[in-house]
Write a protein that binds this ligand. Structure first.
Ligand code: SF4
Length: 360
């Protein structure tokens, strides 16, 4: 559950009532461009449809009850959608659909076993050597298929003081070498909070690597600033970014520039995508996505089978499709450009790679 805790304050800036109440007021006269875009992101489905000349294609008023997971689309992502196309693959990822109300056999609120993996406040542990922090509950976009759309973010730490217990727990884990910043999206934190968090983590002696799972470089490319890159240049931890683009049309506008900034500043950058019915479920689309990524130096890492989260059943593809697409990609692209097709099975010690179309 990604609760939309934001309000717009008097300066027009986005303000989070709990996660970082002070930070956006530090320099109200000159907020970074990315914060302005986040504050002004579209939250009203009717406005989104109007901007895309699609009002006539959807019943009005189109406001399906999607509870705590409302529409959220930043302007730069909207700009990559095709006006007049109700099937636009970027639009389909963000527009609430009545299909979300279907229960979906086998679809649950915690599809990947996050709750069982919680070791302490905001700290998840699933795999050997790696732990994951639920850095915050906010994102810059709401993807309708999100596997954490029902996660109890409000129960996780918010202030630096609340994080101390988590850092102590982390320091007590003898084998953990890599920390993954996840959420929500960790790059929604402002630079001051993010730098503090990276510094606190660098003080944990056993940690060697910091991995950032983020969709910001794709959906609000202006988030990649010199100051942000500096945070990861300065730390003793080896940084690694895992971005999330599903369709080649996402790698357009300012997005290639942001990915290049990451790669050319020396940060290994990988992409993970989710196979989504009606969005990116053909070999041609996946091949073009991989090409655009590797042309920028971003390595296609994983193609995920959809996690069976409640509200997303209409995005699910038949299991043989993913391995078939990846097998075809191997005939079209260099090996380093072909993602591994995986699914997450709760309780397993790693992601499960599916190679054989007959495998389950
Ligand atoms: S950016 Fe990631 S965490 Fe946020 S809604 Fe999309 S898939 Fe979920």
């Amino acid at each position: 559950m990604i609760k939309d805790l934001r309000t717009i304050n008097k300066t027009g800036l986005i303000e989070n009532r709990t996660d970082f109440p002070a930070n956006l007021n530090e320099s109200p006269s000159a907020p970074p461009e990315w914060q302005r875009e986040l504050a002004q992101a579209i939250r009203d489905p009717a406005e989104l449809l109007r901007r895309l000349n699609l009002t006539d294609h959807f019943p009005a008023p189109w406001k399906p009850n999607v509870g705590d997971f409302p529409l959220l689309v930043p302007e730069s992502f909207l700009n990559r959608m095709e006006p007049g196309n109700p099937h636009d693959p970027l639009l389909r990822q963000v527009l609430p659909d009545r299909s979300e109300l279907a229960s979906g056999n086998g679809f649950t609120k915690d599809a990947v076993g996050d709750i069982d993996a919680l070791q302490g406040p905001g700290l998840l542990r699933k795999y050997t050597g790696r732990s994951l922090l639920i850095t915050l509950g906010q994102c810059a976009i709401h993807c309708r298929y999100c596997f954490r759309r029902h996660f109890p973010y409000e129960e996780q730490p918010r202030s630096r003081e609340e994080w101390q217990k988590t850092l102590e727990l982390l320091a007590d884990q003898p084998d953990v070498e890599e920390i993954i910043l996840s959420g929500g999206d960790p790059l929604v934190l402002n630079d001051r909070r993010l730098r503090q968090m990276v510094q606190d983590l660098a003080a944990v002696p056993r940690l060697q690597r910091i991995r950032v799972h983020t969709r910001l470089p794709i959906v609000i490319p202006s988030r990649i600033t010199e100051d942000l890159l500096g945070i990861f240049r300065e730390t003793r931890l080896q940084p690694l970014f895992v971005v999330h683009a599903n369709h080649p049309a996402e790698i357009a506008g300012e997005c290639p520039w942001s990915l290049q900034q990451l790669v050319r500043s020396g940060i290994p950058t990988l992409n993970q995508a989710v196979l989504l019915r009606g969005v990116n479920d053909t070999t041609g689309i996946q091949a073009e996505l991989c090409r655009r990524l590797i042309n920028l130096g971003v390595i296609p890492y994983y193609l995920h089978q959809l996690d069976r989260v409640q509200g997303a059943s209409h995005f699910e593809t038949e299991l043989p499709l993913g391995p078939r697409i990846v097998a075809e990609l191997k005939t079209l692209l260099p090996g380093y450009a072909v993602p591994r097709f995986v699914r997450e099975i709760p309780g397993q010690p790693s992601k499960t790679e599916i190679l054989d179309v007959s495998a389950d």
